[in-house]
Design a protein around this ligand. Sequence first.
Ligand code: THU
Length: 130
Amino acid sequence: MTDRELYEEAVKAAKYSYSKYSHFSVGAALLSTDGRVFTGCNIENASYSLTVCAERTALFKAVSEGVTEFKAIAIAGSSNEDFSRPCPPCGACLQVLSEFCGEHLVVILSNGWFRLSDFLPMRFGGAHLR
Ligand code: THU
């Protein structure tokens, strides 16, 4: 699966976005180390803070099916049909992704690829609790 193909999966996932409050559709496509793709969209709520981002939807789908190792995630966001502008992951999603994904996780946006560590260079993790 190429970066472009994974990004297109994210764009497709954004079609199911439930974003009646922000009108901003986000899709994510998470590639596991065994080659499976788990997609997710943002799911908003009238109680705004209960909104779940696309990245966490995709990750929780995968983890709930027993898949916990990942290579890459593509993220596509737009307030219209144009997904050419980059939509970087929010801080909450970075923290949740970092629970399961190493700092080398590839993050694919419309403008290229990055590493999780580019967005979250010093991450809080389970080791800090010991
Ligand atoms: N959103 C995501 O799904 N992922 C992000 O990383 C950024 C923000 C969603 C949440 C909300 O439904 C909408 O985008 C506007 O913030």
